[in-house]
Design a protein around this ligand. Structure first.
Ligand SMILES: Nc1ncnc2c1ncn2[C@@H]1O[C@H](COP(=O)(O)OP(=O)(O)OP(=O)(O)O)[C@@H](O)[C@H]1O
Length: 553
């Protein structure tokens, strides 16, 4: 308000009375106020920036924590592009808090102060300014509603586009191999065009809103001058007051007009905040245990367990069984029978729909997966390897492991041989997803990670996938040795692997699970006339024994 009050005083006191000393004093006063204003504005911008940065850091951390603590089933339902979008939402929320829009909202109370000053120095134009504020306010509110309703479609299009971009990025190699890249690009382009058209239309509407509010501001300024001129003629106010009030009305109306033109970023920040709130309020896994419990022996017990996905029939129904402690156990069944589902339940990755699962005497429902992973280690069907030096990724699963433990684990998994032949050995840097190694080599590295954790229970989904005959033989010997002290569970379709097991669990596909010895079940399952479980070479098993002891210790 400084320029308008200064102008009024110059007109009333300096020009009409020729007071140069007054002018100098006023300039000095104004300079002091300007300095104060500059300091306050800097403080305000800095405070907003700091608040934005703090909220960004806290929300990003909370989001990462929440993502990693979501149950596996929820993670599987939400594609990675949606998680990336949530991290982008944090930036949108930050912009809403610390950007120019926040400044215009903070400037709004100034409008009230400006109105009071107008009432004092030029009351005849006050009704014009109040009418202008009401019109701009109603328009801002109406545009906000338009923006909100229009955003639903735009957000849906953007999400679809994100998903298809992420899918194509993930499958870029497969697309090249299959030669589908042209078809995929066409589908992506169509989605992109739809999103662009929607977004372009909405941007146009907001441009119109911004232009209209600028035009209205000029119109109201002319109305103020017109009414002011009439009031001056009627000697209700001075020319100085009109000049001052003209400047002041822009101050009062500016933030409201700006608000109308900025609803889009406001709506974006609002939606981002709502999405983040919804995700952060979703139920997470049980909190980490504060009491350190004794290591279990590795006995798993299912008590009347049923499990059903959101759609489809029950994968498991009223299953009761006991596995371990110790021994090698094979889970068999046809494709889609429910083997992976059973192992996810055994690993504490899924919670049963009904019934309870115990490891020794502990009900597994009380533990988050991160606590259970010290006791139950898993080798998934698909191996994912983080980029970076091999040794760093190996040490990630057990930061206290010294070099000799790492090497022993790699010898056990069969990875030591090929790592030693690499020019940079254990320091070799691998690309995203383990680019630079073969599928079998990656599986051996993942096995080494599993051995490094030394859990009481090892669950391996198709462990010999991608392994050559000799590597499979060595792995089976190692697993048999480990099974002397640990519970080893393998999911397999291979007769050779199943034959190395002590117990067989047949997931029948109708929700039930049969169990028995290999001699009882394998002939039926593999259509053999007589049971002939192929023994694993006893020699190699014996050779592996000392190393197993070392890694397990
Ligand atoms: N996320 C899911 N949502 C709904 N149904 C699912 C989901 N995952 C698996 N299923 C269904 O549950 C059943 C069991 O799946 P599961 O992956 O356990 O089979 P599997 O025995 O491991 O099969 P495979 O030998 O092919 O790996 C299948 O019919 C499958 O279609």
């Amino acid at each position: 308000m400084l320029p308008s009050i200064f102008l009024l005083q110059v007109y009333n006191r300096v020009i009409s009375h020729g007071g140069t000393a007054t002018l100098i004093a006023m300039v000095a006063g104004v300079l002091c106020f300007l300095l104060l204003e500059w300091w306050l504005r800097r403080k305000r911008t800095r405070a907003l920036r700091e608040a934005g940065a703090m909220i960004d850091r806290d929300v990003s951390q909370a989001l990462m924590h929440s993502m990693l603590r979501h149950p596996l089933q929820t993670l599987e339902q939400r594609p990675s592009s949606q998680w990336l979008q949530l991290f982008r939402d944090v930036s949108a929320m930050r912009t809403g808090i610390s950007g120019g829009l926040a400044n215009s909202i903070l400037d709004l109370p100034m409008a009230v102060l400006a109105l009071i000053v107008v009432g004092i120095i030029a009351w005849p134009v006050l009704p014009v300014i109040i009418v202008a504020i009401i019109i701009l306010g109603v328009l801002a509110w109406w545009w906000a509603d338009e923006v909100r309703s229009g955003r639903v479609e735009e957000v849906a299009q953007a999400r679809q586009l994100d998903r298809s971009t992420a899918e194509i990025c993930n499958a870029r190699g497969t697309l090249k191999v299959l030669g589908y890249d042209h078809a995929a690009r066409q589908a992506w382009q169509a989605g992109y065009d739809r999103w662009l058209a929607e977004s372009f239309g909405k941007n146009g509407e907001m441009e119109n809103a911004r232009e209209a509010s600028h035009m209205l501001l000029t119109l109201f300024s002319i109305a103020v001058i017109t009414v002011g001129a009439i009031a001056i003629n009627a000697q209700w106010m001075s020319i100085g007051s009109l000049m001052a009030v003209n400047l002041l009305s822009n101050k009062a109306l500016g933030p409201i007009a700006q608000l109308a033109g900025n609803w889009r970023s406001m709506a974006r920040a609002n939606e981002a905040t709502e999405r983040l709130q919804a995700v952060l309020q979703e139920p997470l896994e049980a909190p980490a245990q504060t009491v350190e419990l004794p290591r279990p022996s590795g006995r798993l017990r299912l008590d009347q367990v049923s499990f059903q996905y959101a759609s489809g029939p029950a994968a498991l129904e009223q299953v009761s069984l006991e596995i371990g402690p110790g021994g090698m156990h094979a889970i068999l069944g046809h494709n889609g029978a429910g083997k992976s589902t059973l192992t996810k339940l055994l690993a504490g990755l899924y919670q049963p729909t009904q019934g309870r699962i115990f490891i020794d005497e502990y009900d597994m429902a009380q533990f988050p997966r991160s606590d259970l992973s010290d006791w139950i280690g898993c080798l998934a069907q698909q191996v994912y390897w983080f980029s970076g030096p091999i040794v760093d990724s190996l040490r990630m699963v057990n930061p206290e492991a010294d070099d000799s433990k790492i090497i022993t684990a790699c010898q056990l998994s069969g990875a030591h041989g090929f790592i030693s032949r690499l020019p940079n050995g254990y320091q070799t840097t691998l690309g995203e997803g383990g680019a630079g190694l073969s599928a079998g080599e990656l599986r051996k590295l993942a096995l080494a990670q599993l051995f490094l954790r030394n859990p009481s229970v090892l669950i391996l989904d198709e462990p010999s996938n991608d392994l050559d005959f000799d590597s499979e033989t060595a792995l089976l010997s190692t697993l048999r040795q480990i099974a002397l002290k640990h519970t080893v569970i393998v999911v397999t379709h291979s007769l050779r692997v199943a034959s190395a097991a002590h117990h067989i669990y047949h997931v029948c596909g109708d929700g039930s699970v049969r169990h028995g010895s290999p001699r009882q079940l394998l002939p039926q399952l593999f259509g053999l006339r007589e049971s002939a479980p192929a023994p694993v070479h006893a020699d190699s098993a014996v050779q592996a024994a000392p190393q197993v002891q070392e890694a397990a210790s």
